[in-house]
Design a protein around this ligand. Structure first.
Ligand SMILES: [Zn+2]
Length: 62
């Protein structure tokens, strides 16, 4: 088993718990699509980006 968790695609930190998917779309074009940690998701939401909970198991087995 790999003990390390997923790495945030924004800050590069290992994190545990809930992952968040941050996307930004403009005129139907996806400008941004990354899986981030909780603190980055808060920051993203503050910037007005679309954030939603992401099932971490999808990343672990990718
Ligand atoms: Zn982060």
């Amino acid at each position: 088993m790999n003990a390390s968790g997923p790495i945030c695609e924004h800050c590069g930190e290992l994190y545990e718990g809930r992952a968040y998917r941050v996307t930004s779309e403009e005129d139907g074009i996806l400008l941004l699509d990354m899986i981030v940690c909780h603190s980055c998701s808060i920051e993203a939401r503050r910037l007005g980006l679309d954030t939603r909970k992401h099932d971490i198991r999808h990343i672990a087995f990718n």
